[in-house]
Design a protein around this ligand. Structure first.
Ligand code: FES
Length: 104
């Protein structure tokens, strides 16, 4: 498999408890989340009906979908609240020189 890395910007752009939506090409968007100073990356599209999770709300390590209230862990991708049932894709994050890199 051919993995590529996406530069998601400076760690200073995303404060704790906040998220950033990053274009990953081919219409794909990834949501980068700051959970207490640790960064996690998941697909931006809710697995329920494709709503953008960027429009939702991050509480702790849970992202709450604004459309129907589904919730996911941004650490594991696990669906934690209905109507979401299918896990989100997660991505490996590394921090280098104050920048966030996502392995696709
Ligand atoms: S689109 Fe996210 S819970 Fe329905």
């Amino acid at each position: 498999m051919n993995n590529s890395r996406l530069d998601a910007g400076s760690i200073n752009e995303i404060k704790p408890g906040k998220t950033k939506r990053v274009e990953a090409g081919n219409g794909k968007r990834i949501l980068v989340c700051n959970v207490g100073g640790e960064f996690f990356a998941v697909d931006d599209r809710c697995t329920h009906e494709d709503s953008s999770l960027y429009l939702g709300c991050l509480k702790g390590d849970r992202i709450h979908c604004s459309l129907h209230g589904g919730e996911f862990s941004v650490k594991t991708g696990e669906a934690l609240a209905e109507p979401a049932e299918v896990a989100l894709q997660t991505y490996q994050v590394s921090i280098e020189d104050g920048r966030i890199f996502i392995t696709l």
